[in-house]
Ligand binder design. Structure first.
Ligand SMILES: [Fe+2]
Length: 318
């Protein structure tokens, strides 16, 4: 590299001292031709996590922990929180008799129940039971608390757009002044609760979806979260989906069955309760094992579509 002329050196010094950079000689590019492979694909196995949740249940009191959960951070260097760029996923367990106190925050949240009956969530004064396979929403700024009134541990997965809120800055959080909401109405059905049986019924009528590699899929809706799309994909025994890639960042959570995800030429196996991170613009495909599978896909497609940044490609380039 040739030395700068004294005049250019003087020019660069004159703006670098003002916290400015010349666009013609950036140390790092600001634009690139297509999404970079920043975050990494990764799989977390429920079989590894469940015994740890049980041990945490013995050692960590919900009086001490606002939420007794284990967040899954993407293994990309420098990251200690996000599962993919915009979304964090976590496993949580609540023991019989325990209460997770009420709070509210601007990040949108949802949970998918893995095991356990008799646990209730209270969202803005509406109390609904959380049953295995159910998906329950906590939209932006809704009060929410959880209480296990049953006799068995309740295990679930949480998904929140906290990393997006970190990026954009509009974070607000508030614990409920009374610990729990005082006026509570119990409901069997609520707009924030997507019951497993209803999801199965919707899938029975669903058509193969190009968005999901020609696998059958249903979208949980109408959408109540401003950022996150919730799709449930059903794969027949042994069936394989076509490879797709999209600008949405996605996390797959296994609701039923087993199978594998192939991404970048590498296949990773998953089964009930596992979590698979698929960052933006990574071509990937799903295949079910001998018993078929059902997966919840949580992605920022809703946000990408609103911003005009959603792009999707199937294997044939469509
Ligand atoms: Fe929360």
């Amino acid at each position: 590299m040739s030395a700068l002329s004294p005049q250019l050196e003087q020019l660069y010094a004159s703006f670098s001292s003002l916290n400015m950079e010349g666009g013609w000689h950036r140390r790092f590019p600001a634009l690139w031709p297509q999404p970079r492979e920043n975050f990494l694909p990764h799989t977390w196995h429920y079989a590894d996590v469940r015994p740890i949740l049980d041990r945490a249940g013995d050692l960590v009191d919900t009086e001490f922990a606002e939420r007794r959960n284990l967040t899954m951070f993407n293994p990309v260097e420098g990251n200690i929180y996000s599962t993919v760029r915009t979304i964090v996923a976590a496993y949580q367990m609540v023991k019989p008799g325990e209460v997770a106190r009420a709070h509210r925050h601007t990040p949108n949240a949802l949970r998918m129940i893995l095991e356990g009956r008799g646990t209730y969530t209270v969202v803005d004064g509406k109390e609904v039971e959380m049953r295995p396979g159910d998906v329950l929403l906590t939209p932006n700024w809704c009060w929410h608390a959880h209480e296990n009134k049953g006799a068995e541990n309740c295990y679930w997965m949480d998904f929140l757009d906290v990393p997006l809120v970190h990026l954009l800055e509009p974070m607000f959080y508030e614990p409920h002044p009374d610990g729990l909401e005082q006026q509570v109405e119990r409901l069997d059905e609520a707009p924030i609760a997507f019951r497993f049986e209803e999801t199965c019924a919707a899938l029975a009528d669903a058509q193969p979806s190009a968005t999901h590699g020609m696998l059958k899929a249903t979208t949980l809706g109408p959408a109540q979260l401003a950022t996150l799309a919730l799709d449930v994909i059903e794969i027949e025994p042994g069936q394989a989906g076509l490879p797709i890639r999209e600008t949405a960042n996605a996390i797959y959570a296994v609701m039923r069955g087993s199978g594998e995800l192939t991404i970048g030429g590498t296949a990773s196996e998953w089964r009930f309760g596992d979590t698979v991170a698929v960052p933006a613009w990574r071509e990937h495909s799903l295949r079910a094992g001998p018993d078929g599978a059902m997966l919840l896909k949580v992605s920022d497609r809703t946000l990408m579509q609103k911003l005009g940044w959603y792009r999707h490609q199937a294997a044939d380039g469509q």
